[in-house]
Design a protein around this ligand. Structure first.
Ligand SMILES: [Fe+2]
Ligand SMILES: [Fe+2]
Length: 145
């Protein structure tokens, strides 16, 4: 069975891909609109399920709290940037600049999760629990979507 780390990494890789594709779109195009809607739906479901399963577990461990809080605050920052982007016309020159800021933050966030947060979590969460969280994450994410 896949662990929470494998499941999250797989999602992150698909987020990286859609971020790169979006970066290459221009103006008020159907591609931009479609990819943005896909990215937003995917990101919101990922983040909610990640907090409800992985971070809820990490938060319950005294040595995991700091990393969990830091990540959750980055989720909030990303949600704020996403909100700003929602308010920006696809055709506006500011769209790409705002999108790139969000992209940079998300890439930093995913790298940090995969490198620092997972390393800490592996020390605190036993293997069977990590597998259970993997399945639970997928269930929650499906429900969110
Ligand atoms: Fe996250
Ligand atoms: Fe994540």
């Amino acid at each position: 069975m896949a662990t929470i780390y494998e499941v999250l990494k797989k999602d992150h890789d698909s987020h990286r891909e859609v971020l790169n594709k979006l970066d290459a779109t221009s103006g008020d195009s159907p591609e931009r609109e479609k990819l943005y809607a896909t990215m937003k739906r995917e990101l919101e479901a990922h983040t909610a399920a990640e907090e409800e399963t992985f971070y809820a577990t990490l938060m319950a461990k005294p040595d995991g709290q700091e990393k969990a809080r830091h990540s959750v605050s980055e989720h909030k920052e990303a949600a704020d940037l996403l909100g700003e982007l929602d308010e920006t016309e696809f055709s506006s020159p500011g769209w790409l600049a705002r999108f790139r800021k969000l992209k940079e933050e998300l890439e930093h966030h995913m790298d940090e999760e995969e490198n620092e947060v997972f390393a800490r979590a592996r020390k605190l969460i036993a293997q069977p629990k990590a597998e259970e969280l993997g399945s639970e994450f997928l269930r929650r994410k499906r429900a969110e979507m």
